[in-house]
Design a protein around this ligand. Structure first.
Ligand code: SF4
Ligand code: SF4
Length: 372
């Protein structure tokens, strides 16, 4: 097959930092969620009347629940090292997309309501009220952060703007100003098991089609097992892998790798989603709800390993949060988490990324490649 032709932009050694263009990214932000998508997640269907009171109360709750949020809010020294590190700033030149300025949208309200100086001398410390204009800015600019955490790598204090964005989005949901895309998807993930809303028969058909296509192309009967009790590996992969290009090529590859290794594996129709949008809306409760489906699937299918397909934020949730959220890995201490920890094979990382697994097979010479 002829290689596709692309215009690949040249990446310069030093990026050009744009001149500041105030307000260039002002706007309404992404589509807002309606009652239909808010309520199933336990959020108000529309902006509540006493939204300022609810928001400040929620901020207080988050500040005491997540120590990192308060530490990040208190420890910025405005050194400026992060200012030109966000791709949203580099691409838009709007100063509110500088990580520190994005944080300041939240920090200024935090100072006004939770610090001595901010309560008594607001102007001196940049403390501001949470009014309609500020709430609109929160909605717009906190949704221009992809929570990539690049800025935190450059901050001498490791301040993670992604966590501030998560906190702001959680407050927004609490007052009834949620984001449609994420909340609609989460509703499907926690009721059907994947972000697409693919029920079990549709998923099974999709996998059968894939098997047929691969056999036609290669002459090898690579299988994509679903709900096989007693399999060794449970693969959790983003549902985009089931239909979208080029994601599906990833899934085709995973099946081939498992086939070549001869390991028994399965996917689950109950938990057929690796991507966890709970992280995007900043809600650990919803994130846990989605992750618990994976725990249940692992327990029900009696697997000894849990593996994750490629997806940046799926892996972030799996690697950084599954342990304490669900017990895939050590951390959580509730009955089912402990049961799962006993069930999973401690000789392997839990969870393990498909790339780690594949890399190990390559190192051991179990995979052969046609490099021609
Ligand atoms: S975490 Fe958000 S603010 Fe920081 S670099 Fe990524 S997108 Fe920008
Ligand atoms: S690099 Fe860190 S300390 Fe410096 S301005 Fe940015 S967030 Fe604040």
């Amino acid at each position: 097959m002829a290689a596709k032709e692309f215009d690949i932009p040249v990446l310069p050694t030093y990026l050009e930092i744009p001149e500041i263009n105030e307000g260039v990214m002002e706007g309404d932000g992404p589509f807002k969620s309606s009652e239909q998508f808010q309520n199933p997640l336990g959020f108000p269907g529309e902006k509540v009347d006493n939204w300022q009171e609810v928001a400040i109360e929620k901020m207080g709750e988050l500040k005491s629940k997540y120590r990192s949020v308060q530490v990040f809010l208190d420890s910025c020294v405005k050194c400026g090292a992060c200012t030109d590190k966000c791709h949203y700033f580099l691409g838009s030149s709007d100063p509110k997309n500088m990580p520190v300025a994005r944080q300041d949208l939240f920090r200024s309200v935090y100072r006004r309501h939770f610090t001595f100086a901010g309560k008594h001398f607001p102007k001196l410390v940049g403390a501001k009220e949470l009014d309609d204009e500020m709430l609109d800015d929160w909605y717009n600019y906190f949704h221009q952060c992809s929570q990539c955490r690049r800025c935190s790598v450059f901050c001498p204090y490791g301040i993670d703007t992604a966590e501030i964005s998560m906190a702001a989005r959680e407050v927004l949901d609490a007052v009834g100003v949620g984001q449609k895309y994420c909340n609609q998807i989460l509703g499907k993930a926690i009721t059907i098991g994947n972000n697409l809303g693919l029920p079990e028969p549709a998923l099974r058909d999709t996998l059968l089609d894939l098997e047929e296509e691969i056999e036609e192309e290669t002459g090898i009967a690579v299988k994509y097992p679903l709900d096989v009790k007693g399999a060794e590996i449970l693969l959790i992969t983003p549902s985009a892998d089931f239909f979208a290009e080029p994601h599906i090529d990833g899934l085709i590859g995973y099946g081939k790798v498992f086939h070549e290794d001869g390991v028994s594996w399965t996917m689950s129709s109950y938990a057929s989603e690796g991507a966890n949008f709970g992280m995007f809306i900043g809600s650990y409760d919803i994130m846990r709800k989605a992750a618990l489906r994976i725990r249940k699937a692992a327990l029900d299918l009696e697997v000894s390993r849990v593996m994750v397909g490629e997806c940046g934020h799926a892996w972030r949730v799996a690697y950084s949060f599954w342990n304490t959220l669900t017990g895939v890995g050590a951390g959580a201490t509730d009955e089912y988490a402990l049961k799962l920890q006993n069930q999973l094979d401690s000789r392997y990382p839990q969870p393990q990324h498909i790339i780690e697994y594949t890399h190990d097979l390559i190192q051991r010479g179990k995979l052969k490649f046609d490099k021609t």
